[in-house]
Design a protein around this ligand. Structure first.
Ligand code: TXA
Ligand code: MG
Length: 337
């Protein structure tokens, strides 16, 4: 049966109860969280979880985060709940922090991508929490985009990409945080930060009173523009599908724009500080100067520019400070969205 043209529905109590019912029947429901929209399925139903991978076109060895309604539910999914996990949950949940713990024996390898660990998060969004409560179990949910595309921060983004693959889209407005959760691995040894997000390394270190290990590969520096901007591996944002996107330091931006316009290119610019004039060839989207507000509108802006059939998107390089770390991480990320 075709699921063609599923439109977002306002997430009132009836819609949420209906969505929970769909989840119980093994169907897929997209729902808002404070970070990005998730593509949800019953985490206890391997067939339903398998449908997520199919809908996204995501390799089945990429583990999913299980969303839970409360801290007590940690014990339903984790073999043991370390003290550190409890401390972080009490400080940051509900909120944009996912924790990787050793999985309980019964947790399906479909959810964990075959790993012995499971990702867990209690989202800070009224709709997500109401859905979890009404459903009564864990909801496995990656970001509700096709594999390697930009994460959705509005219900409309989900229907643009997944309307034919999802059974219901709950509309809860634009996401407050705008980038995916911070992920910390607490599955053994020293805690390690796996993905930077709104909750910073320092905030976590302050709670745990311990220095975190960080991902082994540092974010790549902004590449210089060259003639081979379309060569694979040169793009700052591999997941901006139609349009090559590159970071550019503010002081170089005006020259780069001039150079590319002279070459007849249509350019999109994501700036946040520099004043740049818009022309027929140059579309400017200015984001807020404050990192948290920038993050909130970042994916929407990128999506908007990507829809304009431009030749290139230039992104004014933000500072390399802790406040901007999650954004710099997403800018430098080649894939894995
Ligand atoms: O903010 C978020 O976390 C959003 C919303 C919907 O909650 N979800 C999200 O899911 O970003 P996803 O699947 O797009 O990204 C989850 C990341 C993936 O990179 C995955 O590899 C990692 O979490 N992950 C999940 N379980 C893991 C595990 N057991 N071990 C290591 N990494 C894991
Ligand atoms: Mg994702």
């Amino acid at each position: 049966m075709s699921k063609n043209s599923i439109k977002p529905v306002i997430a009132d109590a009836d819609a949420i109860n209906h969505a929970a019912d769909l989840l119980r029947r093994g169907r897929l429901v997209a729902f808002p969280t404070e970070t990005v929209y998730g593509l949800g399925a019953d985490a206890g139903n391997p067939e339903a979880v398998a449908a997520i991978f199919k809908a996204k076109g995501r390799p089945t060895d990429h583990p999913l985060i299980v969303h839970i309604a409360d801290i007590d539910s940690l014990g339903d999914w984790a073999a043991t709940v370390p003290e550190a996990a409890l401390k972080l949950a009490h400080r940051f949940w509900p909120g944009p922090l996912a924790m990787i713990l050793n999985k309980k024996a019964g947790v399906s390898p479909t959810v964990t991508g075959g790993q012995q660990t499971v990702g867990l998060r209690m989202p800070d969004h009224l709709v997500a929490l109401a859905l979890l409560k009404s459903f009564g179990g864990g909801i496995a949910a990656p970001s509700a985009n096709r594999f390697c595309r930009i994460s959705p921060t509005q219900a409309l983004h989900v229907s643009e990409e997944l309307a034919d693959a999802v059974d219901m889209i709950l509309d809860g407005g634009a996401c407050r945080v705008g980038v995916e959760s911070t992920i910390i691995d607490l599955s053994g040894g020293k805690p390690r930060l796996l993905r930077p997000g709104h909750i910073t390394q320092q905030q976590i270190e302050a709670v745990l009173q311990i220095e975190l290990l960080t991902p082994s590969t540092p974010a790549a520096p902004a590449p210089e523009i060259s003639e081979e901007i379309r060569a694979p591996g040169m793009m700052a944002v591999h997941y901006a599908p139609a349009t090559p996107a590159m970071r550019c330091r503010a002081e170089l931006l005006p020259d780069r724009i001039q150079h590319l316009t002279a070459a007849g290119k249509k350019i999109g610019v994501l700036n946040y500080r520099l004043d740049i004039a818009e022309t027929g060839q140059v579309r400017i989207l200015r984001l807020p100067e404050q990192a948290a507000s920038y993050a909130q509108s970042f994916y929407t802006a990128l999506r908007e520019l990507d829809n304009l059939q431009l030749d290139i998107i230039l992104i004014e390089q933000p500072p390399q400070t802790e406040a901007w770390r999650a954004i710099n991480d997403r800018l430098g990320k080649a894939a894995a969205l």
